[in-house]
Design a protein around this ligand. Structure first.
Ligand SMILES: [Zn+2]
Length: 90
């Protein structure tokens, strides 16, 4: 097996055919814990999702990429900051 350069990631075809495909964060590709675990404390176990909306002529498409809590929080905070900047600028 040849040595790969550092930072190079490979995946075999097995990844494409996983039986239980783990939900992965759309930003950092970190695996998200699926619901229904034994953990009864669900208060902080809610993962978020983004919402992409775009239009093409009459067609309107929606997509909700899954996000891990860390990325969802980061995106939410930066969106709020942009909102505030725009409010101040009028
Ligand atoms: Zn993430």
């Amino acid at each position: 097996m040849s040595e790969l350069p550092k930072g190079f990631v490979t995946a075999s075809h097995a990844v494409l055919f996983q039986e239980n495909e783990a939900v992965r964060c759309d930003v950092c590709a970190g695996a998200l814990e699926s619901a229904g675990s034994d953990d009864l404390d669900e208060g902080y176990d809610v993962h978020g999702s983004g919402l992409l909306v775009w239009t093409r002529g009459e067609e309107r498409r929606y997509q909700e990429p899954p996000l891990c809590p860390a990325c969802a929080a980061a995106i939410g905070v930066s969106a709020l900051q942009r909102w505030e900047i725009e409010e101040e600028e009028g």
